[in-house]
Design a protein around this ligand. Sequence first.
Ligand SMILES: C[S@@+](CC[C@H](N)C(=O)[O-])C[C@H]1O[C@@H](n2cnc3c(N)ncnc32)[C@H](O)[C@@H]1O
Length: 183
Amino acid sequence: MPHAALDQPSAWVARFLGLVPSGGRILDVAAGGGRHTRLARARGYTATVVDIDVAGLGELRADPDMEILAADLEAGVWPLGERRFAGVIVTNYLHRPLVPLLVAAVADGGALIYETFADGNQAFGKPSNPNFLLKPGELLDAVRGHLTVVAYEHGKIETPRAAVVQRIAAVRAAVGTIPRPSS
Ligand SMILES: C[S@@+](CC[C@H](N)C(=O)[O-])C[C@H]1O[C@@H](n2cnc3c(N)ncnc32)[C@H](O)[C@@H]1O
């Protein structure tokens, strides 16, 4: 999937990472260069990274608190089995059959933070294939009955480039604490 400006963490992830219980393990799905794993490690979390290509993880590969899995997430076999994580982070990646598994991978008290391109992005470039674009309310539908929504947005953003995105932060708890925008 084409992308831009993937060196800095997503502001959405940075804002809602605090929903993940302190010191817990995050699962960074289709992690790419590991920008969110790097952020999570800096905030005291441990991390499991899964991507079909883990070559871009740089210094993270030498981190003893890291677990790195090279796996094809679209091959029909979920590589994490029944494991549960304090945080599940997904950005700029969508393979629809995985979404229920990602929701299920959130441990009790943990959080799902998901942000990717959405319906309407066709007007701004790629991805334009509907397979890679969330439908209105799709992440809300995915977590309904499983997680409690703390925040949800679907709309146009201007940075790092004009695009339409959908994003959710949800917890496996009755109530999540809303982080301040600057935290
Ligand atoms: C646009 S990048 C997003 C990277 C990261 N989540 C971020 O936002 O910085 C998409 C990532 O999905 C990974 N990916 C694509 N197809 C995959 C597959 N079948 N299995 C596992 N990872 C895959 C790519 O290797 C790439 O790292």
